[in-house]
Design a binder for this molecule. Sequence first.
Ligand SMILES: C[S@@+](CC[C@H](N)C(=O)[O-])C[C@H]1O[C@@H](n2cnc3c(N)ncnc32)[C@H](O)[C@@H]1O
Ligand code: SF4
Ligand code: SF4
Length: 276
Amino acid sequence: MIFKQRVSRERGLIEGDRLMELHLYPGNLCNRECSFCTVLGNPKGWYKKYTSEHLEGVLQAVCTHEGATVKFYGGEPTLDFENVIWAMGYLREKGFLGSFVIYSNGIQATRLIQMIESDPLKRTTASLNYSITTGDGAPPMPEKALKILEEYESRHSGTIAIGHPAILDMGRGFESFRGDSTRPKQSSQCPHCYPVLTTRGRFQACPFAVEIDAPHFQLGTLHSPPEQISRNFKIFLNWLDTVHESYAVKHHLPACTVCHKHLKDLPIPSFLPEKA
Ligand SMILES: C[S@@+](CC[C@H](N)C(=O)[O-])C[C@H]1O[C@@H](n2cnc3c(N)ncnc32)[C@H](O)[C@@H]1O
Ligand code: SF4
Ligand code: SF4
């Protein structure tokens, strides 16, 4: 396998009122319907394009220097690759110097490469779905697509990575995973991912739980001031460490199972109220 696994950055970094990393989510519309998908991706899923209003919200919430990262996921970002290319160009024009990561199933390989190549600063990488790249737990991507991506990675080492093999109990859940049963599962500790801004205008605390409409994950909206988003994210991280993890340990549950099936047993984090 030519693709290497990406090394995650330190979690929970905030500078001033800005997050070091942010996920962008335009819906769960996808050209696949993986049995295990955390966001319930499918060909009839919802989709809402990136707009300048949404991207101005991104620029308020995330650091804009070289150390920052904006991650595009979904759903499948290659389905509307032109809108993602436009969004990346908009952020660059407005001074975002950080890196971009595109999470993709790689099936539309040529489009994915076009997206990577569109970045004038050449700081865009891709992360491929582990199951679709290896064929373990999902039908593999077409051979032709795999060849295109392998060939690109061999010429531009470190540009296309492969995602982590771990399976989290979210979305359609553990029960629906049909691949190698020895694939790593998760411990009682949440990985403390960075938040998401959806194109519906919501800041949500976890990219894997983005389709869960529970108050436990609501950090604010596109119109909330950046200090509210960053403060609420800190409050959420503290809730994970002090409330969520102890529940997971006490009940011998993987961390995501608590969010998937036991949220009603947990108090809502004490988020700052929305300013009128
Ligand atoms: C939700 S997908 C969206 C982007 C793209 N469609 C893809 O599959 O890469 C983003 C990432 O979540 C991962 N993912 C989906 N379901 C998962 C699960 N149950 N456990 C762990 N990772 C999962 C995918 O493998 C992918 O790397
Ligand atoms: S994991 Fe990715 S490719 Fe699979 S259904 Fe979900 S969004 Fe689509
Ligand atoms: S434990 Fe909850 S917050 Fe953490 S990754 Fe899983 S679903 Fe997200």
